[in-house]
Design a protein around this ligand. Structure first.
Ligand code: HEC
Length: 134
């Protein structure tokens, strides 16, 4: 009787460890992380869009979102690759970073220039989606 209890406890412990390891590796990469990264990007992209619509276009309102987008874009390759056409993906990711770098180097300080920067950023989102998003 005592032995059966000990064996089930040990078995429970081992299965628990295996389950945790599997869950952790599933979270580290794969669909969950790619989705989180994209939703974070969409959150900041939509915040910029809302600022344009609300006529809040000072660089102090928008630079923080552009900077977060730029930081998040560093994770595109480590989180998505391999995707098959890896060189293409790297090129799209790098074009996206270039659009953000240009916006950050000359931070938009009025709505027309923020709108123009957004058009370029959106173009790079779409360019990658058209090839890699199912
Ligand atoms: C270099 C490639 C690339 C760039 C740049 C990119 N995306 Fe994506 N995005 C993808 C891929 C691939 C998917 C589909 C895979 C997935 O959803 O996990 C995707 C999916 C998404 C999704 C759906 C996620 C989900 O799980 O529902 C959203 C929202 C999104 N992207 C927003 C954006 C926005 C906004 C930008 C630009 C600010 C952007 N993406 C730029 C590659 C990219």
């Amino acid at each position: 009787m005592r032995r059966a209890v000990l064996i089930s406890l040990a078995l429970g412990l081992v299965l628990g460890v295996i389950g945790t390891v599997m869950a952790m590796s599933a979270l580290r990469s794969g669909p969950h992380m790619t989705s989180v990264l994209m939703h974070m990007q969409a959150f900041h992209r939509d915040a910029l869009d809302a600022n344009v619509k609300a006529n809040r276009c000072a660089s102090t309102d928008n630079l923080p979102h552009l900077q977060v987008l730029r930081m998040l874009s560093n994770d595109l390759e480590p989180i998505f690759l391999p995707v098959g056409k890896d060189a293409d993906f790297r090129q799209k990711a790098s074009n996206f970073r270039a659009a953000l770098d240009a916006a950050i180097a000359a931070p938009p300080d009025d709505c027309p220039s923020l709108g123009a920067a957004m058009t370029k950023i959106d173009h790079e989102c779409k360019s990658c989606h058209s090839e890699f998003r199912n």
